[in-house]
Design a protein around this ligand. Structure first.
Ligand code: ADP
Length: 414
């Protein structure tokens, strides 16, 4: 009976939420003016958090704010009638039964009689789990101590945290991959240096003794042996070439890229002087068009780069056509861009990337001499200047190589 009476009392409080009781003197709620009560009423009704006022002694809800039914996707009545366990899965995410866990929190709250906060998994619409942060605080209301539960949906935060965790793991993996890549690249550079540098000495010895054999014992060596010897000398020769190319490649990587202000026209003219023999031999026409006045580069490396591109432009000529090479450059806000255009054999687009790989060639050595190192080195030089190298080409018509040089690059200080 006693309970019935209390229920009635509470039913009244449901009609008009008695959150603010000016008749009660408590540390939590001082006597409030009408204005202040309205203020608190507004807070209660408009809070983005679900608020539930319960009488723990009676195990009943007294009032809920409009946000709570929205949060649980249910009606006000079901929330008023049910308790927290009705809206929770049997177990919490750590596997502990919800009932056991809730009892522990409530015991803690009863013992402390101050705010207790915890995380809780609820059920929305009866089946959809969602994570929430719950805090429960004591409050005086009409001379009774009641408890206010604030429930905030944190499932979005949890989801974002999970995504973030996943991203961190991914980033960690990528980092490790990058470290492996850098290490293997360094090893490769080191290998290229060792392979090229250290192989040269034994190669020299083999070459020396082979030549000695050829010269001194030419009279007594059978013809077959002489043929073998010339094969050895030829093989050593090509190995020598490979090792010196490798050495050059590894040097392009480890060279100091000290930038200076230079006039690109003067630099290209010097390169053309170096290529004078090839230009004359191939009867090439070289046209120097507009170029920037001053650029900030490692001049020896840039000269090597122009030399590779111009010499290729002359070398890969079409049969029966005079090589015609045009060079020009332009300036933009962040970089300088240069072009070397020829009227040669051209390159099929499917080879555009491949040709920058070390030792990659598209033509036989009999057709066009070379070792396939020039463009690989050119790419390193451009990248060390913070730029990019690329090409446009039409087979049978010609090719235009272009590259950029970043105006403001960290290599400036190197
Ligand atoms: P190499 O000139 O020693 O063969 P590169 O690394 O300079 O080596 O060039 C790689 C390959 O790219 C060449 O063997 C050739 O097949 C192709 N190539 C480079 N430049 C040109 C060009 N201007 N026109 C046509 N093909 C070219």
């Amino acid at each position: 009976m006693e309970e019935k009476g209390n229920e009635k009392e509470m039913d009244r409080s449901l009609d008009t939420p008695q959150l603010l009781n000016d008749g009660v003197e408590s540390h939590a709620l001082p006597i409030l003016s009408k204005e202040a009560k309205n203020y608190y009423q507004t807070l209660f009704e408009n809070s983005p958090e679900g608020i539930l006022i319960v009488d723990l002694a009676l195990g009943r809800a007294i009032d809920i704010n409009p946000q709570l039914p929205k949060l649980f996707q249910t009606d006000r009545e079901s929330l008023m009638e049910g308790n927290m366990l009705v809206f929770s899965p049997p177990n919490q995410p750590d596997g502990v039964p919800s009932q056991t866990k809730l009892r522990e929190y409530l015991n803690e709250y009863r013992a402390k009689r101050t705010t207790v906060s915890f995380e809780w998994q609820f059920l929305r619409g009866g089946h959809m789990k969602f994570d929430a942060s719950v805090s429960i605080s004591p409050m005086m209301m009409e001379n009774r101590e009641v408890s206010v539960l604030f429930i905030r949906d944190i499932s979005q935060i949890r989801r974002a945290e999970k995504i973030l965790e996943q991203k961190i793991v991914e980033l960690d993996d990528k980092n490790r991959e990058l470290e492996r890549y850098i290490r293997s690249n360094l090893e490769l550079e080191n290998f290229a240096y060792i392979a090229s540098h250290d192989l040269r000495e034994p190669l020299r010895t083999i070459m020396g003794f082979s030549q000695l054999l050829e010269q001194r014992y030419s009279d007594i060596l059978p013809i077959e042996a002489k043929e073998y010897l010339s094969l050895v000398i030829h093989a050593v020769d090509s190995m020598n070439e490979v090792t010196s190319d490798l050495l050059e490649y590894s040097r392009a990587n480890s060279a100091d890229y000290i930038r200076k202000e230079i006039n690109p026209r003067i630099l290209v003219e010097n390169v053309l002087r170096m290529l004078d023999h090839q230009i004359k031999q191939e009867d090439a026409v070289i046209v120097l068009k507009c170029l920037p006045d001053l650029i900030w580069v490692s001049s020896s490396q840039l000269a090597k780069l122009f030399q590779n591109l111009i010499s290729n432009a002359i070398k890969f000529r079409k049969k029966g056509t005079k090589p015609y090479v045009t060079i020009w450059g332009e300036e933009s806000e962040l970089h300088w861009k240069f072009y070397v255009q020829d009227n040669g054999i051209g390159i099929e687009p499917r080879h555009f990337e491949k040709i920058f790989l070390i030792f990659k060639r598209l033509n036989s050595k009999e057709e066009y001499k070379g070792s396939g190192i020039g463009l690989a080195i050119s790419k390193i030089i451009v990248e060390k200047h913070g730029g990019k190298i690329g090409l446009e080409s039409t087979p049978g018509i010609g090719t235009t190589f272009s590259f950029t040089i970043a105006k403001y690059s960290h290599t400036e200080e190197e």
